[in-house]
Write a protein of this length. Structure first.
Length: 153
């Protein structure tokens, strides 16, 4: 991985606030040329620092009114297969492996809390390798760092 300097971090901070910010606007803020900013951003993309540019959409815009967090206990040999199956579900936003009991931490957004039981029955409990599921409904989300959402080794 490349070594970032203070200017690179300043560029990342600007992009965290507005991923659509122009090279010219960034250049003005970090006191570089537009071309130098473009080169730094391209270098960070090529080296896996910047993984992509996206928008963050409120799940309610898609009529997904219930956020669900699940800790799913999985048979160790089936962990990857279960994770891949979960990743196929459009309601699932995050699938992460965690320490402790062999398992996955999952964030999903579903139509409503009334449909939670059916969602679990149809989509989670039926996956081969799932041993146990601990479910919590999201009541209020105070902060989301979507710009740090992906962890890669």
């Amino acid at each position: 991985m490349i070594q970032l300097d203070a200017t690179d971090y300043a560029i990342l901070e600007i992009l965290k606030e507005d991923g659509r910010c122009s090279y010219s606007d960034i250049a003005e803020q970090v006191h570089l040329s537009r071309v130098a900013v473009r080169e730094r951003i391209n270098t960070m993309k090529e080296n896996g620092i910047i993984l992509g540019f996206t928008i963050v959409i409120d799940a309610k815009a898609y009529q997904k009114k219930a956020g669900v967090f699940m800790d799913i206990e999985v048979e160790p040999r089936k962990l990857d297969a279960v994770a891949l199956k979960l990743m196929e579900l459009p309601e699932i936003a995050i699938v992460s492996q965690h320490t402790g009991i062999t398992g996955l931490h999952v964030h999903a957004y579903i139509d409503s809390s009334d449909k939670l039981s059916a969602f679990l029955e149809e989509n989670i409990y039926s996956i081969d390798g799932v041993k146990n599921v601990h479910v919590q409904l999201l009541i209020h989300q105070y902060k989301t760092n979507s710009y740090l959402a992906r962890y890669q080794e």
